[in-house]
Design a protein around this ligand. Sequence first.
Ligand code: PLP
Length: 438
Amino acid sequence: MMDRIRIKKPLPGPKARKLIKRDEAILSPSMTRSYPFVAKRGKGAWMEDVDGNIFLDFTAGIAVTAAGHCHPQVTKAVQKQAATLLHMSGTDFYYEPQVTLAEKLAKAAPIKGKKRVFFTNSGTESVEAAFKLARYKTKRQRVISFFGAFHGRTMGSLSLTASKAIQKEKFGPLVPGVTHVGYGYCYRCPYNLTYPECKIDCVDYIEHTLFKKTVPPEEVAAIIVEPIQGEGGYVVPPPDYHERLAALAKRHGILLICDEVQAGMGRTGKMFAIEHWNVQPDIITMAKGIASGLPLGAVIARADIMDWEPGAHANTFGGNPVACAAAIETMNLLENGMLKNVQVVGAYLFKKLQTLARKYPVIGDVRGKGLMVGIELVKDRTTKEPVPKYRDKIIEGAFMKGLLLLGCGETGIRFSPPLVITKKQVDIAVQIVEECLA
Ligand code: PLP
């Protein structure tokens, strides 16, 4: 039964150690494994490892298993679709599941008027497609992105990414024309200002400095922004931030690409995270949680923007029917109670972490929306000196106690459980984090 944490020490167990040895001998060493968890199966937010240990998962496989591990409704839809049609390539042929999903996504997306959808297999591919579409449509080359942003690791997306230098080291030259600016990261304002007195100067900087000194706005195809920065530290920008950014883009005929790969698909308590602001992006990129664990990505755009000619952009696997079937069920679940659960349990998690922060000054900041919540650890609250080693120790300690967590940013911990998480499971997770802090 997977209904509570059960750990036999030592971790990793014998079967896990064996598998890790085989993995290390054959797989690319470029991956970043934080601790030796070897997954065997999952149910909801519970996971069993190869040695029969039961863990509580607050990672959702990097914010992917939205409906929880192996949700019966998703699994059933996948099994049914797998027995009917595995693949026929949406590039050259037609089939129903990708049309149905596109219709559902377009209906839900916070963009007015007629929309079109392009399917991919991952976040980075969605961003590549959006980047290409923006250049194609505007006939402009430059793109503005943000420090702290993570948009993926293929050459175009990597050029937009500015999360960790190691991700770019030795891979240049990257795609030219990308300029990074400071994000609305008020806890560590890149311009050393304080909200609200700053009047969101980080957006004005683009207009008053960048556009006047180095980047002619009429050469800018797009501004790409995460509604809430994910990899960069679960950073929520201030109220009005996205409205100001959208207005700036509009003034200069620049397309606004909203990267919802991590924050989208209900994670923040709204179907699309940008709905927390009063903004309509021109292009939206999605992936991760969209199909509750199957590889799928999507780009949603205004139809007058996504009007490229046949042959301009396509792929072999995008919109795979099995992945689409999983995504349709994920959306059905969100619409029928899961989104509400994110709001209720997310608020509960946030409050519990705030209580923890009152007790432990090492927690410098608690932030997030819905079930996209992060804490930032600091040496002391005045200097805000980051303590990544301490963060890593907490994550490792939590693993030893049966809780799966992931870091984010330089010194943060992200809480991104499956969206079916319960208050009781939140209690267990926060209790473990507290034990580690203590
Ligand atoms: N965009 C955002 C906001 C992400 O968080 C990520 C992955 O973490 C990506 C893009 C890249 O997605 P993928 O790893 O599926 O290529």
